[in-house]
Design a protein around this ligand. Sequence first.
Ligand SMILES: [Zn+2]
Length: 354
Amino acid sequence: MHSATSAEIPELVTPAIQHMQDIESSNQCEKKDKHCKGGDRESCQSEIFHSLDMLQRAICEFEENTQSNFIIHQKSKEFGKEDFKPNARSRIQWKSNDIQYGKLIKFSGIPYVVVGRKTLQCHLGRDFSIVKKKNYGDQRQITQGEDHTFTKRRRIIQHTKKMGCPAEINVLHIIRYPDFMIQSDTQKRRRNASKKVKEAFQSDTIQGNHAYVIRFPHLSEHKFHATSGELANLQEKVDRRVQEKVISLHRNGVRKINEMMRHINAFVTQELFPGDDPPVALRRRFYPTRKDLANLMFKAKQEGRNSSLDQENVLNQLKEWKEQIPQLNIFCRPNTTSEEMTNKQSFILCYQAE
Ligand SMILES: [Zn+2]
C-alpha cells in the first residue's frame, strides 16, 4: 500500500489521497483504544506543513496516536526562523541529496533553499549524556576521598531509561520558489533558474513559501522497547496539556495528590475528550502516576518561589492600600535576581500601621 513515490514527493500527496489512505489503514488496524491509532501514518510517512504551529500539532498528534515520545536531538540555528533571508551564497536545491534527509524531497521542478534541519529522537533512544554522567560520577569519587567531605548517596537500581532505540523524526525547513519552476530536469534549466532566483535574492523582490517537510518513522523502526500494550502505556510521557493543568491547579491551591488525581481525571474526560470515549485508564499520558503528579507539583512549587509576577502583585496591592490610607508607612524592596553580586537584594517589606 505504501508506495515509494508518495513518500518521497510530499507535493503529490493531496489531502484527499492522504485521508483515503488514512481511512484504509485505520480500518485494517485492530485498535483497543481508539485514541491510540498505532500505524495510521504508516501509509504516508512524509508530510508537508506550512507553519511551525501546524508542524508542532502534527508531531503531538503523532506521538499521541503511536504512544511514543520524541525529544530534540539536533536542531540547526536557523530552523523555524521565518524572517530568514537567503542571499547570493545560499544553495539553490531541486531535491534533497544528503543521506539522512535524502528521501524527503524529490525533484518537482520547484527550486528551494534549506533554512534548517531538526532531528527528534525517541525518548528511549541512545544515551547521549553518557560521558557527562561518567565525569560526574568520577568527580564524586574524587571529592568523596577528600577529608571532611561527605556526599550523600542514593542507591540507583536503574541508571537510565534509555534503551538505544534508533527511531527518529526528521524535519527540513525550506523556502520554495514556485515562480521559478522549471518544466523538465536538465542541467541548463536548473542553472538558468538558479541564476534568476539568486538575482531576485539580491534585488529583494522574491516571494517564497516556507514549508516544513517531515518524515515520521514507522512503528517498526522503534527497537528494544514495547510500542503497544501495557508496557507502552507505562512508558508514555505525561501529556503537555495535562502537565500544564497540574501546574495551574497547584497554583490555585490543590495540594493533595488524591484531589489532584480527581481534577485531572475530570479534565481529561470533560475538557480533552468532551463527548467522546476517554482513553483507556492505563495510559500514563492522560492518567499520570502519583509519582508523576508529585514531581509536577514540586516543579510548580519551585517555579512559584521568588516569582516576579507575585512581587508585582504585592507592589500593586501596596500601592492600592497607600491610596486608600495615606497615613500608612510602607517600605518594600523587591528581590532582584541581578547577576552582579553588588546589586543583589533580597525582598524586604516594612508595614507600619498608625
Ligand atoms: Zn523508540
